[in-house]
Design a binder for this molecule. Structure first.
Ligand SMILES: C[S@@+](CC[C@H](N)C(=O)[O-])C[C@H]1O[C@@H](n2cnc3c(N)ncnc32)[C@H](O)[C@@H]1O
Length: 245
């Protein structure tokens, strides 16, 4: 669990603020519950999944790049900017295991998740990421642009669309026709999450995945699980995961 040792002080601070959540998350990690679930939705093995979760830190060049970005990310004072958050590692490991052709994500900010997703696609040797962000600067470090963290060498497989996902997401999905993975991490209001889930789900291919950051924020994810009837669904570390039949 190399990722646990990154950002150690911040993890301890968070653990002291949310002891019950931390105890449950640690138990899940130690018992490998999350890995087993993720392996089942990605048709891989828990061992393979665990190895993907540790992979970014075995890559010295990538680990060095994250360390370089860290001081800027810290200046934005937002937990969503944590380059070692388990939520982005989950997205990374899922992408490595599924080897998707098309990923759509809403909510970019500095581009932590986009960088991980594109790195996974690069190692897979296939896959593109289309990302949408309203670009209001809210989560950005001073003087930085939306997606600033995505390095030049990953940008050829990346489409960044700036604007409200209410307007851009319907157009993008209609244009793409079908996607392997949809990831929500934009506005976490009930209405907006419901809107993005209901719009994107029909475009996800059979066996594809819908992921949502902060899935426990309100009832939107839970309600959609009930109405969409995915083959498997769970919330791990506040990341909702649904697999389409
Ligand atoms: C928590 S941040 C995303 C973090 C990013 N996924 C990561 O892990 O690095 C949320 C982002 O959603 C964007 N956002 C908020 N409302 C939006 C909307 N209606 N359409 C598109 N993007 C939106 C914000 O500008 C912000 O950059």
């Amino acid at each position: 669990m190399k990722w646990l040792m990154r950002n150690f002080k911040e993890r301890i601070r968070r653990a002291l603020r949310h002891p019950a959540y931390t105890a449950k998350a640690l138990a899940h990690d130690l018992l490998g519950i999350d890995e087993r679930f993720l392996a089942s939705v990605t048709n891989s093995s828990p061992r393979e999944l665990r190895s993907f979760l540790n992979e970014p830190f075995r890559d010295e060049e990538f680990a060095h790049y994250l360390r370089e970005c860290e001081p800027h990310l810290r200046a934005a004072f937002h937990p969503g900017n944590d380059p070692y958050a388990k939520k982005v590692l989950l997205q990374y490991a899922i992408t490595r295991a599924v080897k998707p052709d098309l990923i759509v994500e809403t909510g970019v900010a500095s581009g932590v998740s986009s960088t991980y997703l594109l790195t996974a696609c690069r190692l897979n040797g296939r896959g593109r990421v289309s990302s949408i962000d309203i670009d209001n600067g809210e989560y950005l470090p001073p003087g930085k642009l939306t997606g600033w963290m995505v390095p030049e060498y990953l940008r050829a497989n990346w489409t960044l669309l700036l604007g409200d996902s209410k307007i851009l997401l319907p157009r993008l999905l209609a244009q793409l026709g079908e996607v392997d993975i949809f990831i929500h991490d934009s506005s976490h209001t009930y209405e907006h999450m419901k809107f993005e889930f209901e719009l994107s789900y029909p475009y996800i291919r059979s066996g594809g995945l819908l992921l949502s950051d902060d899935a426990n924020f309100n009832a939107a994810f839970e309600e959609c699980v009930k109405s969409f009837r995915p083959v498997r669904a769970r919330v791990i570390r506040n990341v909702g995961v649904m697999k389409k039949p």
